[in-house]
Write a protein that binds this ligand. Structure first.
Ligand code: ATP
Length: 251
């Protein structure tokens, strides 16, 4: 895939009632980047992604939200945080739903098979999704987003509930998708995996972006204390950046 042109969010502001929950966020993401969107509970990560995708009203502008709906579905795949599988369809049928924006959902079996292989769920293809474990369901839903084969992927806590091997595989998969030239944005609470796999971290707090840069530039003692109320150990290792949260700092 040729590199996705930069994705721009400009001055995105979202109000919920009389509260501003995303406050004038501007962000440019290049094809090739895996952005880790991090921040404490309620920081505004999900709201920002939903606004960027045009799923909720906001002030400001987003290149994706500005597209007509059919074009939007060909441009960006979205993996929400909630993962309820309510229909007893097979794994393969659910992953195939990712092809709907392409209007030929049955014509691309290779895309469906490749997405299932990437998530290691080929052996589950004939199982009903309602009869899978939580982590298996999560991998099926990631595969559905991969099958959409879009230049932009946004995922909200995609690795929560996965075992360590599948968390690492999923993060490597997102990194590979970025290396193919896509823009990949994932909201994460696992700062260790964020540091290790993301090409850039965007730290949100109380609706604002408070830091934006390399893992080493964002996971600093000051920002960890100020935003998360924790201390942590950061090291540049021969295997890449490593981060370990250590303790809660008492107020
Ligand atoms: N539908 C809603 N109505 C009112 N307030 C909302 C609504 N959805 C979210 N909020 C509020 O907006 C703020 C941002 O929420 P958001 O879900 O974007 O945070 P987040 O950073 O994704 O958090 P988490 O890490 O817990 O998933 C929170 O204070 C939340 O309570």
């Amino acid at each position: 895939m040729s590199a996705q042109p930069p994705l721009h969010l400009r001055d995105i502001t979202v109000r919920r009632g009389d509260r501003v929950v995303v406050d004038r966020v501007s962000l440019a993401v290049q094809g090739g980047e895996l952005i880790g969107l991090i921040g404490p509970n309620g920081a505004g990560k999900t709201t920002l992604m939903r606004a960027a995708l045009g799923l909720i009203a906001c002030n400001g502008s987003s290149d994706i939200a500005a597209l007509p709906p059919a074009r939007r579905a060909l441009t960006a795949a979205w993996l929400p945080q909630s993962r309820d599988a309510v229909w007893p369809m097979t794994v393969e049928a659910l992953v195939r739903l990712g092809r709907i924006p392409h209007r030929r959902p049955d014509a691309d079996p290779a895309q469906v098979t490749a997405a299932m292989a990437r998530m290691g769920i080929g052996d589950l293809r004939d199982r009903r999704v309602t009869e899978l474990s939580g982590g298996e369901q999560a991998r099926v839903l990631i595969a559905r987003a991969l099958a959409q084969d879009t230049p932009v992927l946004m995922a909200d806590e995609p690795i929560s509930g996965l075992d360590p091997a599948h968390q690492i595989s999923a993060m490597q998969c997102f990194r590979d998708l970025a290396a193919e030239g896509r823009c990949v944005i994932v909201a994460l609470h696992d700062l260790g995996l964020a540091a290790r796999y993301c090409t850039r971290l965007v730290l949100m707090n109380a609706g604002r972006v408070v830091a934006n840069g390399s893992p080493a530039a964002v996971l600093t003692p000051d920002l960890l204390a100020q935003v998360f109320g924790i201390s942590g150990a950061f090291a540049d290792t021969p295997d890449g950046p490593a981060f370990l949260p250590l303790s809660v700092i008492k107020p």
